[in-house]
Design a protein around this ligand. Structure first.
Ligand code: ZN
Length: 474
């Protein structure tokens, strides 16, 4: 019996507002524990929350980018549950009137097919504090994160493979980054993903119960958790058993999911309208104003890169994934016209070294101008491709100027006609049998002769010129 996987995602993204959602405390990451709190975000009796308008702006901005319907009337609700990181024993969230509903994100798979992943809703809420485990016998709590504004983005169960889930998250992450509404740093927890997964037999007769895997903090974890759960669910159904409706967590050390608790039902949360916050109305002008100021998004930028710079879809896609990298590419192209050469170098040499040395664009030791100088030397055949890579390596490691490196190492390629012709003549005279071979159609002999000339010039002759000259003379 064959099964298919059904996946829905819930993504929490911390909003990059200066202050928290209901108070003036800073949202800065990494502060000394419990120094960024006040009576409101600690939920002390008598304190009153006031909604940060920026949080609503950011949620509307996000919703518009994913073609959601924006509510004209909305409110906050109380979601009641107890957990040590939740100071008030309730979270202020949204229940039946989310700010954004419907909409979707289109993904493009490796084989070029496209698929729309529909969204159910995007709502705003406050983040919880953070439990610090791992100390002897105790867990400590840091409430700096308590009350940071979040958007929760919920998809329809339209995702069928781990590949689709990762593509969806990648597109979502890139878009949030372009919108500048979130840092989307999964490793710092500013983007977290819950996965709802179950399997159903192709004939529809067998279906497993949904498992929810909580708080995944990397694409790799999302991918592996979906793959693991697919196998677990399928095997249970094949044995005539079924999964429990449960909440699980991903154990990245053992590549497995572990049972946390039975799934809570919505009625367990006893939602009711938040009495300390007035409902809000969102005017057409408010929405229009945000719409008018939306930045160019990754998909539009990809299309523009293809038409404006004439680079292939693959290159454009790699470049636009990261807004800063895309800006960097455009910066270089302002001073150097061969965009394909630029994208090749970024995708291979630059990204490879950056990943290897764990260096960000801001930390590069050379300037955009230095890179333009290097590319110009290469495209004008003043240095060979191999030399260019060596120069780049020194620029990357030492921050030296490209022309200084070329000078120092004597890498400049010689493109002087008479000098090269002299060398070619010498080599031809010394190798009459190779000329005979070329006349008999053995092209390999050309390569041999080019090699001889390069050797005589100590690698400095322009190989293309040498090759053309030999062909002309034979
Ligand atoms: Zn506060």
């Amino acid at each position: 019996m064959e099964f298919k996987t059904i996946v829905g995602l819930e993504i929490h993204s911390e909003l990059k507002t200066k202050s928290k959602i209901f108070c003036g405390c800073t949202t800065e990451f990494g502060g000394e524990v419990n120094t960024q709190c006040c009576p409101v975000c600690l939920g002390l009796p008598g304190s009153l929350p006031v909604v940060n308008k920026k949080v609503i702006d950011f949620a509307i901005k996000t919703g518009l980018s994913f073609n959601c319907d924006i509510a004209r009337y909305s409110k906050m609700d109380r979601k009641n549950y107890f957990y040590p990181d939740l100071v008030k024993a309730y979270q202020i969230s949204q229940y039946d009137l989310p700010l954004c509903s419907n909409g979707g994100i289109e993904i493009e798979k490796a084989d070029g097919t496209k698929k729309e992943i529909r969204l159910i809703r995007i709502h705003i809420e406050e983040d919880t504090g953070k439990s610090l485990h791992g100390l002897e016998d105790v867990s400590l709590l840091d409430y700096n994160r308590s009350g940071v504004g979040l958007v929760e983005i919920v998809t329809q169960p339209d995702i069928s493979t781990s590949e689709e889930a990762v593509l969806f998250l990648d597109e979502l992450k890139a878009t949030l980054e372009y919108l500048e509404v979130s840092d989307v740093k999964m490793e710092q927890g500013s983007l977290r993903c819950d996965v709802n997964v179950n399997v159903v037999s192709l004939d529809g007769t067998l279906k497993s119960n949904i498992s929810e895997i909580k708080n995944l903090n990397s694409f790799k974890a999302v991918q592996k958790a979906i793959e693991f759960e697919t196998i677990r669910h399928t095997e249970l159904l094949k044995k005539g058993e079924n999964t429990k409706k449960d909440t699980r967590r991903w154990d990245s050390e053992n590549n497995t999911t572990l049972f946390m608790r039975d799934k809570q039902h919505v009625q367990d949360y006893r939602y009711f309208p938040e009495p300390d916050i007035v409902d809000f109305e969102i005017s057409e002008e408010w929405i229009q104003d945000i719409k008018d100021n939306l930045p160019e998004l990754p998909k539009a930028r990809k299309n523009r890169f293809m038409s404006e710079y004439g680079i292939p879809a693959y290159d454009a896609n790699v470049l636009v994934r990261d807004k800063k990298l895309a800006n960097y590419f455009e910066e270089i192209c302002k001073g150097f016209k061969d965009a394909k050469l630029v994208s090749n170098w970024i995708m291979t040499e630059l990204l490879r070294r950056m990943n290897l040395e764990e260096v960000t664009l801001e930390e590069l030791k050379f300037s955009v101008e230095d890179l333009i100088v290097l590319f110009t030397q290469l495209s004008e055949s003043k240095i060979s491709n191999g030399s260019a890579k060596k120069v780049f390596r020194e620029m990357f490691e030492e921050g030296k100027k490209p022309l200084d490196i070329i000078e120092e190492k004597g890498m400049a390629q010689i493109s002087d006609d008479s000098f090269i012709e002299g060398l070619v003549n010498e080599v031809l005279v010394a190798n009459p049998e190779a000329i005979e071979d070329i006349k008999n159609g053995k092209d390999r002999a050309i390569g041999f002769l080019v090699g001889q000339v390069m050797k005589k010039s100590r690698g400095k002759a322009n190989p293309q010129m040498v090759s053309e000259l030999i062909k002309k003379k034979c």
